[in-house]
Design a binder for this molecule. Structure first.
Ligand code: ATP
Ligand code: MG
Length: 400
């Protein structure tokens, strides 16, 4: 007589919580094997956002590969329409000798929901269940739920205290989409699969060599400034993609545009001298503007950037200038519209324009900046004025 575990799940993607759960139950109940059953279209989940069945299947296969006790079944994936566990258990029972004992493995959250599954009474008469604790579910609640199901449905439920891993597929998807690491939470083979297929909005680290720059910038910049910098780099890449500009240059310029921003006054003037950054009266009066010009020099001397266009994009990112190159326009705009930027009146307009027409967006951004600085009583740098003179031709009249 064989004892078999059934581990149902969407596995979107499969993670160490699932694997540890299945392994703990197998070990505790001395199961002969555990069959992982990725769901087809589960009735209780938002199917629209569900990862493709084939991807979920392959990931499950990959994850189970090293464990001789683990098997993966396509039984639900190959069934048409909405799939119910009760049908799955029936179908599996037909494939095995009559005296085979099946344990349906459940995390605590699923145990709480069991009664809402299709034909709970039949389901609970067909097989046994093992419930395993999951962070967020109190022992007492789980205990009373088990008691209730035993009384109401004569369910056979074994409680197994697995290792509580606070991992969920939902969390993993969110992490991946926001570029966070999921290392040590899902098997490495699954990470590779997700990266190769670009699942869950995975954003590749475009330019791994930028790691060195990032390390230095993290030290040089205040935390908020560093976050802003990453935002500008990403936004610049987005614009580069739309307008066919070199993404690598866009990323580099975005990353380095503020590299001299948090230098203190002493260091600023010292480096201006050393790198021969000319300081005119306006810059002396408005030292806030120096970081762009100095930034280009620092990018060249300390980060080894040689490309003139990239350096200019850094140099003119604050003031702008007339007839900028496309890369300059992109970095100028990305600085004003990157997603982490605190909101200012007019931001949405510039951002919206930037996705359709770079030059018009630059004109609008210059207009807003010049007005803003005038209102604050600050001197507007002649480069910005010249820039506006040039770019205003691209401003379209509002169509009413
Ligand atoms: P999602 O966040 O998309 O709901 P999930 O991480 O809950 O995903 P499912 O595929 O829904 O994963 O879960 C399959 C089974 O594994 C369920 O019975 C669930 O209770 C259980 N399970 C998932 N993660 C854990 C965990 N960290 N600890 C214990 N049980 C878990
Ligand atoms: Mg779940």
């Amino acid at each position: 007589m064989e004892n078999i575990g059934i581990m149902g799940g969407t596995f979107d993607p499969i993670h160490l919580g699932h694997l540890a759960l299945a392994e703990a139950v197998r070990d505790e109940l001395d199961l002969d094997k555990v069959i992982f059953v990725p769901t087809g279209e589960p009735p209780h989940k938002d199917n629209e956002n569900l990862g493709s069945g084939e991807d979920r299947f392959y990931m499950t296969v990959l994850a189970c590969k090293g464990n001789p006790y683990f098997e993966v079944s396509r039984i639900e994936l190959d069934r048409e329409g909405i799939t119910y566990s009760v049908d799955t258990v029936k179908a599996l029972k037909e494939l095995y000798p009559a005296d085979t004992k099946f344990y349906f493995i459940l995390g605590a959250d699923s145990l709480m929901e069991l009664e809402n599954w299709r034909e709970p009474k039949t389901l609970m008469s067909l097989c046994s269940f093992t419930a395993v604790g999951r962070p967020g579910f109190k022992g007492k609640k789980v205990e009373s739920q088990i008691k209730k199901l035993r009384e109401k449905y004569k369910a056979d439920i074994v409680y197994v205290e697995g290792i509580r891993l606070e991992i969920s597929s939902t969390d993993i998807r969110t992490k991946i989409a926001s570029g966070k690491s999921v290392r040590y939470i899902i098997p490495e083979s699954i990470s590779e699969y997700i990266e190769n297929k670009g699942l869950y909005g995975f954003k590749p680290e475009f330019y791994p060599e930028m790691g060195v720059f990032k390390k230095k910038l993290k030290k040089e910049l205040k935390p908020g400034r560093y976050i802003h910098t990453l935002g500008v780099a990403e936004e610049a890449v987005k614009l580069a993609e739309i307008f066919g500009e070199d993404k690598h240059k866009a990323y580099t310029a975005g990353l380095l545009h503020d590299c001299a921003k948090n230098f203190d006054t002493k260091r600023t003037f010292k480096f201006c001298e050393e790198y021969k950054v000319a300081l005119d009266n306006i810059l002396r009066e408005q030292p806030d503007l120096i970081h762009s010009f100095l930034g280009a020099a620092v990018a060249e001397h300390e980060y080894g950037i040689k490309d003139g266009d990239t350096l200019n994009a850094i140099r003119y990112h604050t003031t702008g200038r007339a007839d900028m190159s496309r890369l300059e326009e992109i970095v100028y705009l990305a600085d004003m519209t990157e997603p982490n930027r605190t909101f200012y009146e007019g931001l949405d307009k510039i951002r919206e324009l930037s996705y359709h027409n770079l030059k018009e967006a630059v004109a609008e951004a210059l207009k807003q900046t010049i007005n803003f600085n005038r209102e604050k009583g600050r001197i507007v740098h002649p480069l910005s004025l010249e820039a506006f003179e040039f770019y205003k031709q691209f401003l379209r009249e509002e169509i009413i």
